[in-house]
Ligand binder design. Structure first.
Ligand SMILES: Cc1cc2nc3c(=O)[nH]c(=O)nc-3n(C[C@H](O)[C@H](O)[C@H](O)COP(=O)(O)OP(=O)(O)OC[C@H]3O[C@@H](n4cnc5c(N)ncnc54)[C@H](O)[C@@H]3O)c2cc1C
Length: 398
């Protein structure tokens, strides 16, 4: 069989090449930058590790199997204290609704279940679904901040069936919680790379892909880069991909001096319309306490509701973060160190437009496949499922 070209050496591309090469299919990865990993990287600083994108992945049978196969020692956020998420309503609350609001939620949910109308409808937004099935208060204080924290999207545009539909979820999780390699997500990227090299997968860095239709190809890039790749060989698919809205994100990671009050749990989500500008804060050290280093937090900014934040200078971002933290903690503590990572086109907006584009399908030339975080899910464990599925389809074509 001809070698399959995998375009993009991010997690999707590495995982796709892993499954293709495991099936004995010759593979070549072409990556336009000088490194593998795409959004994912772990920087080892004197204060502790800093992740640029995913800090871990939802555990699943497949994640477990791949990490075992790669011989990775995994950390797991299995303690309930490290899994607890808080939502800010005057203060961080584990349960952000008052008793009356909970009762209203349960009553509405039970009615929707009894009527068989609980599931999202086609082209229904999260806001519309929430108002219909859970009520406006539960939507404002529970559903919207949670989904904004995960998808960075606007609840008035987010597609309920894309983000709440059960289809495609990894089957039979191996255990609860989030897992990550002991030295951070870069270790997973490195382990995949070294496995691919032992299987003689060719990896070409600094090589922007040019599709000519002569070799089977899996495009494992962002939606906007996939649109660019397909411009000459599949103009209709390229046009459809170019309509997918890409959201900017900024991650400000700060390390604090010993003794500084730690937040509890995995992190806090901030509903829009309040004083705090961040979408959420992730308490990195609480998620994986065994990793070492100083206490650190990552403040996440941007998304559909705050696109301009990506253009702020590092000093201005630091000032925004310090102010948000002061509003949260009641005092200003200068961090021991701070690192900013910004992505102008970080994630696809899981909105009604993406739902429509996915429902129409992509008119691709024979032998061209798509994988990536706009196809079947944003999280790393979903990308792994997708990589296995696309490798099977390529294998069937051979
Ligand atoms: C701030 C942030 C936090 C996140 N947190 C989590 C989390 O905690 N858990 C989780 O599961 N997920 C998380 N995610 C999501 C997850 O990290 C991403 O969905 C995932 O890393 C995307 O991987 P990818 O390979 O599909 O895309 P990318 O990482 O974007 O990789 C695409 C690659 O393709 C290359 N490329 C593009 N065009 C070409 C071309 N023409 N030729 C050759 N190469 C090309 C790019 O250079 C890049 O290396 C987070 C994302 C962000 C931004």
């Amino acid at each position: 069989m001809k070698a399959v070209t995998v375009v993009g050496g991010g997690f999707s591309g590495l995982a796709t090449a892993y499954y293709l090469s495991r099936a004995g299919i010759p593979v070549e990865i072409v990556e336009k930058t000088e490194r593998l990993g795409g959004l994912i990287a772990t920087l080892q600083t004197p204060h502790g590790p800093v992740e640029t994108a995913a800090i871990g992945m939802r555990n699943s049978a497949r994640v477990d199997a791949v990490c075992r196969d790669l011989g990775l020692r995994m950390l797991s956020s299995t303690r309930s204290s490290s899994r607890a998420r808080y939502i800010y309503r005057q203060r961080p609350r584990r349960w952000p609704l008052n008793p009356g609001e909970w009762l209203a939620l349960v009553a509405r949910f039970a009615t929707a279940t009894a009527r068989g109308s609980r599931r999202p409808r086609p082209l229904e937004t999260v806001e519309q679904w929430g108002a219909r099935v859970l009520g406006p208060r539960a939507t404002r204080w529970l559903v919207a901040p949670t989904l904004q924290g995960m998808y960075a999207g606007d609840p008035a545009c987010l597609s309920a069936s894309l983000v709440l539909g059960a289809r495609g979820r990894p089957a039979r999780p191996a255990g609860k919680g989030v897992v990550a390699p002991a030295r951070g997500m870069q270790q997973l990227v490195d382990a995949l790379e070294s496995r691919l090299r032992t299987r003689e997968v060719s990896i070409r860095l600094n090589t922007p892909a040019r599709l000519d239709g002569s070799t089977p190809t899996v495009i494992c890039t962002s939606a906007c880069d996939a649109a660019e790749c397909l411009r000459d060989v599949a103009p209709a698919a390229s046009q459809a991909l170019s309509t997918i809205d890409m959201l900017p994100l900024v991650r400000v990671t700060a390390f604090y001096p010993d003794g500084e009050t730690h937040q509890r749990g995995r992190g806090i989500l901030f509903p829009r319309g309040g004083d705090i500008r961040a979408l959420g804060v992730l308490c990195n050290t609480n998620v994986f306490p065994d990793r070492g280093g100083r206490y650190s937090e990552s403040w996440i900014y941007g998304g559909a509701a705050d696109r301009d934040v990506v253009h702020l200078s590092e000093d201005d971002l630091g000032a925004v973060m310090d102010r948000d933290r002061q509003l949260l903690c009641g005092r200003r503590v200068p961090p021991a160190a701070r690192l900013v990572h910004r992505w102008r086109a970080a994630l696809p907006h899981y909105d009604l437009q993406l739902e429509s584009v996915r429902a129409c399908g992509f008119d691709l030339p024979k032998g061209v496949f798509l994988a990536g975080n706009y196809v079947g899910g944003i999280g790393v464990s979903m990308l792994l499922e997708q990589a296995a599925a696309v490798a099977t389809r390529v294998g069937e074509m051979a």
